[in-house]
Design a protein around this ligand. Structure first.
Ligand code: GLC
Length: 466
């Protein structure tokens, strides 16, 4: 889908003067000029430096203990657990020695009980099911299976296979875990089931994405998730990490997990907050946290749109002032509805009509209502894509020297993969801030399922280098 779709201006055919005035205001709030992005990027860079210098800063820049790069010629089968924002997956990853992988995986939905109490026992049971279903459970005489654990939450890593949970982000909030070593919690749960499985590596999903991209393309330097949440990891020279007190790795470099979703969460100053964002933040389970993530990622964009829709409906500028029980409920607009709305090019906007009248149960909608709905989806998506470029540009300019040669950025996540126009606007916006001769060296690649594959690769590398 061409980026011009998301660049739609906010003029709504057939709108009343009041409706148009409200849409123009939204346009002003959501369409961010390059100068605004430049100012945010400058602050982002400053925050990166701050996070490299000391612990406890808004951008955590967490050392991952991953100091190697895969060569692409490694072979064998390795296991991973991938706990993401939405699902849990157990994987068996087979490396073909030519940069390619095949995976066998099983997906599990977290039960309410797991989300509220027994998360680690639940994960251990899923590992058991996966191994038993495939007859892979090691017996007493066999060596334990090494497994990589992708844990997509901020962890202060203390070694390649230990780390303290700093806080929950996205939708999860299991009590009793913050401040504890999540590998210990998992390893104990595995032991309770008598499973001979050793957690050999703990990786953030962005670190996994980077490593899986690097197995396929050695020029990979950055791994990013634009999905339920957002974050990035990149290879940094250890000499640039003033807070690093450990031994210098032989390679001289280490992957850092930036935890960039937290950007601006301390002072709420630089991002373009609208009343709709503030409302979302106030009612979220983590108010005043993950400010950047809340403007970019799939967990939140539907809710930003819902707040805008209700703001318009309450002024009788949409749906003739009507709402529905569903629309009144927080989180009732899934970001995937925005994806569908943004690409509805039918003459009567029938897909949008379906979403409004069937899914959201609003009794009727006019063409103007549907056009407004589409424009809201486009505006929220465009702002997310352009703000995403801020993090990418800040990370690239931090290591501008790398751009004299080809570099690959591995990206995974539903926003990147599925939101119409997101990829294109992201790349185009980045191109406005990076000199042409350097921009041509950047390759953006989809690292599908990279988080789990990468964890298996890190488990392999960690086991080989021990
Ligand atoms: C959230 C988590 C982070 C993760 C990201 C993408 O921001 O804090 O660890 O990488 O989501 O899943």
């Amino acid at each position: 889908m061409a980026s011009s779709t998301l660049n739609l201006c906010c003029t709504i055919e057939g709108a009343s003067a009041e409706q148009q005035a409200a849409m123009d205001l939204l346009g002003k709030q959501f369409l961010l000029p390059d100068e605004r992005l430049a100012a945010i990027t400058k602050e982002f860079r400053r925050r990166m430096e701050e996070g490299l210098a000391a612990d406890g800063k808004v951008l955590k820049m967490i050392p991952s203990f991953v100091t190697w790069r895969p060569k692409g010629n490694e072979t064998g089968s390795y296991f991973a657990i991938d706990l993401g924002g939405t699902n849990l997956r157990i994987l068996k990853v087979t490396l073909d020695g030519k940069g390619g992988v095949t995976t066998e995986h099983q997906k599990f939905t977290l039960t309410q009980e797991a989300k509220s109490r027994t998360l680690f026992d639940f994960i251990a049971q899923c590992v058991e099911t996966f191994l038993d279903d495939r007859n892979l459970r090691p017996t007493g005489r066999q060596p334990p299976i090494s497994i990589g654990f992708t844990f997509s939450y901020p962890v202060q890593q203390t070694s390649i296979n230990s780390g303290i949970l700093v806080q929950w982000t996205k939708g999860l909030n299991v009590p009793g875990c913050v401040g504890r070593d999540v590998v210990r919690l998992l390893q104990d749960a595995l032991l309770r089931l008598g499973l001979r499985v050793k957690v050999a590596a703990l990786v953030n999903d962005t670190v996994g994405t980077l490593l899986s991209a690097a197995y396929n393309d050695p020029s990979s330097q950055i791994g990013i998730i634009f999905g339920t949440g957002t974050n990035a990891a990149y290879y940094e020279d250890v000499s640039n990490v003033a807070k690093w007190k450990g031994a210098n790795p032989a390679s001289g470099e280490m992957v850092l997990n930036m935890e960039w979703g937290a950007f601006d969460s301390d002072d709420f100053t630089f991002l373009p907050y609208t009343p709709h964002d503030i409302k979302l933040d106030r009612k979220s389970i983590n108010p005043r946290k993950q400010a950047y993530e809340k403007m970019i990622s799939g967990l939140y964009l539907g809710e930003v749109a819902r707040n805008i829709i209700l703001w318009l409906a309450d002024q009788r500028l949409l749906f003739d002032g009507r709402s529905s029980e569903i629309l009144n409920a927080m989180w009732s607009i899934d970001t995937s509805y925005l994806s569908s709305a943004a690409i509805d090019n039918t003459s009567d906007l029938s897909k949008i009509q379906q979403i409004i009248e069937k899914t959201l149960n609003v009794p009727t909608s006019t063409m103007v209502d549907r056009r407004i709905f589409k424009t809201i989806a486009v505006l929220v998506g465009e702002r997310a894509a352009r703000l995403s470029a801020v993090g990418v540009v800040a990370t690239l300019t931090k290591r501008l020297e790398l751009l004299s040669k080809k570099i690959n950025i591995g990206i995974d996540g539903s926003m990147y993969e599925h939101f119409p126009g997101f990829k294109e606007i992201l790349a185009e916006t980045v191109s406005h801030f990076i000199p042409k001769d350097k921009f041509k060296n950047i390759n953006f690649s989809l690292a599908k399922d990279g988080s789990g594959i990468g964890a298996a690769i890190v488990a392999m590398l960690a086991t080989q280098t021990q």
